[in-house]
Design a protein around this ligand. Structure first.
Ligand code: ZN
Length: 271
């Protein structure tokens, strides 16, 4: 069984503030150790549950967060950015199941720690075929394009709810913290969080989960925070501009929709 892990940072126990996820901040070294340890807990559980190969994709910020010297010795690591499939780089290299570790709720979620959708500053909401989705849903849709189901999501309580609603009750969802606000949460003791992730990861390897498939054609709708973001995102060839802050693109499949979204986001960040 080949396991693919996309690892973000905002959903890790102990992390509640953007400073902690910023590579230029003094807190960052603690955060990357906490992140690496949660990924290791997921890997240990998966190996106990039958995984034979593990590929980890570092998916936060500059994507050079995970400490390879501390990463489980059986795991391969994709590090760095930009990369063609961003948070999902490597999903096209063959996987039986995917885990999302350290994830956060979509932009606009009440009581979601550090909630956002790819960008805190420029994205209001992203939808596929009219359904608003966060990173969990958008990344699961790309995994689904390759026939890969998501079996484990870890993060705060809000992203766990989002994952179960979207991916079904059989997805293992581990809440390592509960939000009081966007930048405040009650966190599990670290050892308890990592044990819960390890146990859920082991169960997840035999969970009855199905790929999250978005039927083609796939229309990706990006509502940006400001008109100036949409002004540049609309430079994407073939896109439409229904209103000031919205850019839409209709793709023949979820892969091209994902690529179009990544291009729009990069353009918007430049505004
Ligand atoms: Zn992140």
């Amino acid at each position: 069984m080949k396991l693919y892990i996309s690892a973000d940072m905002e959903g890790v126990a102990g992390i509640v503030h953007p400073d902690q996820t910023d590579s230029k901040h003094k807190e960052f070294d603690r955060s990357r150790r906490l992140m690496t340890d949660e990924v290791n807990a997921a890997i240990a559980g998966a190996l106990a549950g039958g995984a034979t190969e593990v590929l980890v994709n570092d998916s936060h910020g500059g994507m050079t967060n995970i400490l390879i010297e501390n990463l489980h010795k059986q795991a391969h690591l994709i590090s760095g950015s930009p990369k063609p499939l961003s948070m999902m780089q490597g999903i096209d290299e063959g996987a039986d199941v995917a885990f999302f570790v350290g994830y956060h709720a979509q932009a606009g979620t009440l009581h979601g720690v550090l909630e956002h959708t790819y960008s805190s500053g420029s994205v209001w909401q992203v939808s596929l075929n009219g359904q608003p989705l966060g990173e969990t849903g958008l990344n699961a849709a790309l995994a689904g394009h390759y026939g890969v189901p998501v079996a484990l999501v870890t993060g705060d309580l809000a992203v766990c709810r989002e994952a179960r609603e979207l991916l079904g009750g059989n997805v293992e969802a581990v809440a390592v913290k509960r939000s009081y606000g966007r930048t405040a949460a009650r966190c599990l003791p670290i050892a308890q969080a990592q044990r819960a992730i390890r146990e859920a990861a082991q169960r997840a390897m035999s969970a009855a989960v199905h790929p999250f498939v978005v039927r083609p054609p796939v229309t990706v709708t990006a509502d940006f925070a400001k008109t100036r973001h949409a002004d540049v995102a609309a430079l994407l060839p073939g896109s439409r501009r229904p209103n000031a802050r919205r850019v839409e693109f209709t793709a023949p499949d979820a892969l091209i929709a994902y690529q179009a979204l990544l291009a729009m986001l990069r353009l918007a960040w430049s505004a």
